[in-house]
Write a protein that binds this ligand. Sequence first.
Ligand SMILES: *Cc1c(COP(=O)(O)O)cnc(C)c1O
Ligand SMILES: [Zn+2]
Length: 408
Amino acid sequence: MAYVSAMRCRSCGREYTVQAINVCDFCFGPLEIVYDYDAIARVISKERIKSGPLTLWRYADLLPVDSTDAVDIGAGFTPLIRAKNLAKYLGLNNLYIKNDAVNPSYSFKDRVVTVATTKALEFGFNTLACASTGNLACSVAAHAARAGMKSVVFIPGDLEQGKVIGAAIYGPTLVAVDGSYDEVNRLCSEVADNYPWAFVNINIRPFYAEGSKTMGYEVAEQLGWRAPDHCVVPSASGSMFTKIWKGLHEFESLGLIGKVQTHMHLTQAEGCSPIVEAYTAGRTHVRPVRPNTIAKSLAIGNPADGVYALRVIQESSGTATAVLEEEVVEGIKLLAEMEGIFTETAGGVVVSGLKRLAQQHAIKPDDLTVAFITGNGLKTQEAVAGVVKPLVVKPNLEAFESALHARA
Ligand SMILES: *Cc1c(COP(=O)(O)O)cnc(C)c1O
Ligand SMILES: [Zn+2]
């Protein structure tokens, strides 16, 4: 069972019974889930979590759905890898990669979608939908297939092939919109008002967003039940960034880890960095921008959780960093060549952002640091196609050796 008592407006605090809505009728503020933490505290323990499944459903007590009928294709409990080579290159001694590129549909979005899909079924919906920058479309289509639901996924028309095909293969109605993500999102809000569909990131958003907390839980558990000193995180709407922080704090208040003293570092690509711009200018509100970046999964010009992300930066004494567009590809190559992990453009943003933080001594050499790699490089091959330079040879030793020498 779920330990949820209500939904509450993050702006005015008004409470609602649990239903498929995402904004307050009164002030249009976003709604969030209210838990009965006393009840959770009575059942939860490290042993109970450790004996759970090797997916994010091991944290079911802290998720807003009934997990007995979870729509589960294996999201979560991804590897946390000690990155010795990259650490050495950056002058660090204590660096980990949280590799969410290996989720079932190859991005962290499977965390939020497994929770949202389970809730959508509980609510009785039979069609799952989303407004996506790419990875969400793949995950929604995959989970809908598993759940036996129909799906309708909306994407901007200029996405990478790996994401278009990576969604289409599961058989959704795939709608490529001639416009930016922000225009896709506006269209979807209208569609959501007119069709009885579960839009995971619109009317189901309060439930969806909770799935991201499991990133925080897992890192804490995998580090031996403690919070890291630094998290370096990519950001689009800002939601995941705030939920990693929330997850760590829930573990602290339940006594599963000690005091959280984590600094939260947000990263974006220069071509779409509205949250970084607000942070740098010392503003508490985000001004929308028109995205122009190769990091398409992060290309949200008007981030819904931007204000809350800025608060987390402040509360955690964190930072926000924008990396140059050319640094995105450098970051992808660096992680691949140093650690054998092929990430997408969002991961390139994180690795280059991490490099800057190390150079600026915002991260000290011995600090326990986790870089969050949230998507798979096979989905954004266009970004790095320039690295393909095979030796082309006739099938004999002489031809091979002369090509090898020519290359050297
Ligand atoms: C969606 C996404 C994010 C960030 O999502 P938020 O909207 O900030 O929660 C990060 N990385 C990848 C690869 C994504 O697809
Ligand atoms: Zn309100």
